[in-house]
Ligand binder design. Structure first.
Ligand code: ADP
Ligand code: MG
Length: 324
């Protein structure tokens, strides 16, 4: 094509040099220009239809990977831009699908968890109404059981409110410095009766020197309560020890128990919402399966991370760091 043009222009040049009138030369130049325009626009429209075809393929899900998007050499820049856009779009769609799956799964879990105490309460009340109310041997027991399930329901709803506030990004934190020793002693005093009920020792290894830590005291109390309550719930004998140690600008708080421990395959999952190693046991102990998920979120908001080490048959150790 280029060769034809070169020949054509040489011819034009000859005509202009030799015999042609100015008019003839001008007409030939115009003709050449028009021809050039026609060829260029033909090429452009071919390229445009290729782009439109590619977009149609993407639109109709006929492309599965970025490398399937191929445009001619002249459109190399556009090809890499379309590939980049496709990659981003694919990633966003996959992310949205995953969110949708997680949401559906969460809703399924919530309904299931709500049903359990509601059915139990309903069952006890119906049995009482059907005559057990007048049976002095069981009436009090059934009411106590119904009351315990109502308590579980209350725990679940409170945890659900917490988790939805956290996940909607509406958890308000109020950071300040407070004494770690006072804070821990207060919690230990509150939890001691529950440990004593199970014959467990709940100890706070005193710090050599008290330190002030920086954080939201109420939210950190929620974390500590969950860790200590878990330790009490799952430990059958022995002790629960709370300790703290300074590491540079940080203080590591540790809650250690002599409970059953958690097998390695469960460890990475216990911070997921509703994940429990032993579902029945957790429920019977009033657990919601949300405590560690909430603790994880609260600590992340403190730019910290909850960590766990555990050996089956020996015990578990949960820890996190706070700024001082
Ligand atoms: N100290 C512990 N010892 C043994 N297992 C534990 C301990 N802490 C947590 N777990 C396991 O992790 C699961 C999740 O804990 P959590 O989110 O607090 O829910 P739950 O309401 O069931 O206590 C528990 O169901 C239990 O299986
Ligand atoms: Mg818990």
């Amino acid at each position: 094509m280029i060769a034809i043009f070169v020949l054509f222009f040489i011819l034009l040049w000859c005509v202009s040099e030799g015999y042609g009138s100015t008019f003839l030369v001008l007409s030939l130049y115009t003709l050449a220009f028009l021809l050039l325009m026609v060829i260029t626009s033909y090429k452009r429209s071919k390229e445009l239809s290729l782009i439109s075809h590619t977009i149609n393929l993407i639109w109709n899900d006929k492309i599965s990977k970025e490398e399937d998007i191929i445009l001619p050499e002249t459109l190399h820049f556009l090809e890499s831009e379309i590939r980049r856009m496709y990659g981003r779009m694919k990633h966003d769609i996959e992310y949205l699908r995953k969110l949708e799956r997680v949401r559906t799964e969460f809703l399924g879990n919530v309904s299931h968890e709500l049903k359990t105490p509601i059915f139990a309460i309903q069952g006890f009340l119906e049995t009482l109404l059907d005559g057990a109310m007048d049976d002095k041997k069981v009436n009090r027991l059934f009411l106590e059981k119904a009351g315990r399930h109502a308590g579980n329901l209350n725990n679940l709803v409170s945890d659900l409110i917490d988790i939805s506030l956290i996940e909607a990004g509406e958890m308000r934190l109020s950071f300040r410095y407070f004494s770690l020793s006072n804070f821990t002693n207060e919690i230990i005093d509150e939890q001691a009766p529950f440990a004593a009920q199970k014959g467990l020792h709940l100890l706070f290894t005193p710090m050599v020197k008290d330190v002030d830590v920086y954080g939201d005291k109420a939210k950190l109390k929620q974390v500590m309560n969950n860790l200590i309550q878990n330790a009490i719930k799952y430990t059958e004998e022995g002790s629960i020890t709370v300790s703290a140690a300074v590491h540079g600008k940080q203080v590591r708080v540790v809650v250690k128990d002599t409970g059953p421990g958690i097998a390695a395959e469960h460890l990475p999952r216990i911070f997921e919402r509703f994940y429990r190693v032993d579902r029945a046991r957790s429920r019977a102990a009033g657990g919601t399966g949300l405590g560690l998920a909430i603790a994880k979120h609260i600590l992340e908001a403190h730019e910290s991370k909850i960590e766990v080490m555990s050996t089956v048959g020996v015990g578990s150790e949960f820890s996190f760091c706070l700024k001082r």
